[in-house]
Design a protein around this ligand. Sequence first.
Ligand code: NAD
Length: 360
Amino acid sequence: MSHSVLLLPGDYIGQEIVPEAEKVLARVCELYDLDISTDYALIGGAAYDAEGDPLPPSTLEKARAADAIVLGAVGGPAYDHLDRDLRPEKGLLRIRSELGLFGNLRPAIMYPQLVDASSLKPELVSGLDILIVRELTGGIYFGQPRGIRRLENGEREGFNTYVYSESEIRRIARMAFELAQKRGGRVCSVDKANVLEATVLWREVVTELAADYPGVELEHMYVDNAAMQLVRAPKQFDVIVTGNMFGDILSDAAAMLTGSIGMLPSASLNESGQGIYEPCHGSAPDIAGQGKANPLATILSVAMMLRYSLACPAGADCIEAAVGQVLDQGLRTPDIAGSGVASVSTSQMGDAVVSALQKS
Ligand code: NAD
């Protein structure tokens, strides 16, 4: 079966890391005899420079036609002066909403070789493998009404609306249950049902849906406790499912458990399994153009793409094993090298992963 992948490098280090991911994808295609075509398009500041729009219609058209998208990162100081609608980040928000990417998957995996980079004690994080499933297109970040208004007494008041429909809750919870079936078989649904009615409904709908997944163990946790448990005993979790705002905060906290932002992939999926795969980090203008960027988060995003959009879990396993192997060999980009340790460049790291790829 043939697949098409759109590559959107974006800005600054995005231009350096996406080509490394492409190299890895090309080698996996050879090894597994996959028919995957790739194409490039512009997004973010690069698209604004070329076409005056951070998400030009031609990019959106290619994105709609692709089975999956690999994105680098967008934004940077060259674009900070632009109007909000022309900012690179707007391109990213628009493509996510145009493609209906409601499910954001953020794994937090501790590589044994990097255990000292974590802010927590090694025994708390070694072997850590959590998947946070965050609802991405609803909740308080999108709810109406919202705004800042003037009250009768002259004081200003800011307000937002925390709103989730049953169908929105059901589809994200279904995604979490199905992922848990393929992993450790446990889902922790995070809410604030002791205070927020919207999350009382969240809890009810998730509980109802659990009946369809008898093999998956469901637990509920209030978000304040979940934040505490993530730094107290993170290995208790398998899959965490939660709304947009709680997921935003918890996934960043979980990310830091693993040490380096240069190692963290993500996927954002829609109902038909199409997805954008991107590193969790930004465009790192401070190190752009110097060969210092760690490409592993983007390479690991390609592994997620093979697993979740392109039905090639063996290719995903193969990439993850190769990343483990280059770390075992002691190869490190500067962000994970530690002081006084020799480091390799972005492309040397990409080449090393390509060499380490082996069909199992
Ligand atoms: P950042 O993630 O770009 O960088 C934070 C720090 O981490 C920097 O010191 C950077 O050098 C380092 N870093 C990030 N990725 C790295 C990598 N792969 N290898 C080695 N080191 C890495 O966050 P920031 O500095 O707050 O933001 C820079 C720009 O990126 C801003 O314009 C921001 O809006 C944008 N941004 C984009 C995305 C996205 O495209 N999804 C996400 C976050 C930030």
